[in-house]
Design a binder for this molecule. Sequence first.
Ligand code: PLP
Length: 393
Amino acid sequence: MTKQARIRQTILDIPASRIRAVYNAGHRIEGMIPLWAGEGDEPTPDFIRDAAAAALARGETYYTPNRGILPLREAIRDYLKRAYRVDTPLDRIVATASGMSALMITLQCLLEKGDSAAVIGPIWPNGCEAIRALGAEVRDVYLQQSEDGRWVLDLQRLFDACDETTRLIMLNSPGNPTGWVASEAELRAILDFARARGIWLLSDEVYGRIVYGEARAPGRNHAPSYYTLAEPDDAVVIVNSFSKSWSMTGWRLGWVVTRPDLADAIEKMTEFNVSCSNAFAQWGAVTALNEGDAYVDGLVERYSRAADLVYQALAPLPRVRLGKPQGAFYAFFALDGLQDSLQFCLDLLPKAKVGLAPGVAFGPAGEGRIRLCYAASLPKLSQALERLVPHLK
Ligand SMILES: Cc1ncc(COP(=O)(O)O)c(C=O)c1O
């Protein structure tokens, strides 16, 4: 007699990505304009690709330190000095194999079964599923959308969601999918609360540079950030990624800045997750940071124009509720009367040849909404909007 070998129930209970469901149904349709994923349609710029290709050609094909190669950690330090005007000692920096890997390994270091994490949502689902995969509980604290479409955080509701089981608060500003950008005052209030309670703050700042107008930190070209607000001994983890600001989604590289003792734990756990990131990709990332400031500025400028384009096309439609995007590169709009966002996105594929992400992919509070990623080049985006608008009327 054989006995059935089992998969952990916790993992079986995690739903498959509903963005993938739309992608799987639509990616082979000819002429499709895909706006479902969090990436643009232009490849990583040549100067970064050339640096990685040169590293590959000279034989950078070995394992690297779990914290990443030293030139990369130095480049991250120098970048943070230029962009955020902060001094970050190297013992606080870990280069990781993607923002997602940084999130997962950080959570592995901080959470165990029975713990809870308060999460400001709607939020990109992967961080929440990572928390659940570890057997911990997600306590969703949803932003509210005001009549003019702005996203608003109720700090008291966040604090009320925390109790003695709560080990961390996770937030993502600028936010995917909402485009919400926390103010400095909000970030300070959350930090004060976390300090008083002795809990961690996991701040996902992968869109930290993609921020528009008044949502920027005063006098800066970045969003309000714990890079500038946290003290070195605060229990704060800042996660970053090369994917968004340098158009390097396929490279799988990111970084973490945190307290040195947690940085050591992340280094240790990196061994048991990925045993270091790709060597020649890391060399490309060194060049991205050291020579990429103008590229990032240009990209943000383009995303800002794209945000305007989307807002002008969609916000006037009577069924649509959309605030002016403040950051990241998504419009997460409510569509009056929409009951099943997944079905709507699937139906749209053959009809409009535009691929969108269903709101329900971001949790039950996302139902009735659609996420459109506006990182595509402007002509493509205009074409997508022309095709889409008749279906939103
Ligand atoms: C909010 C947020 N955090 C983290 C990531 C992960 O980025 P990556 O794993 O590509 O570095 C993404 C990607 O979409 C994201 O939207």
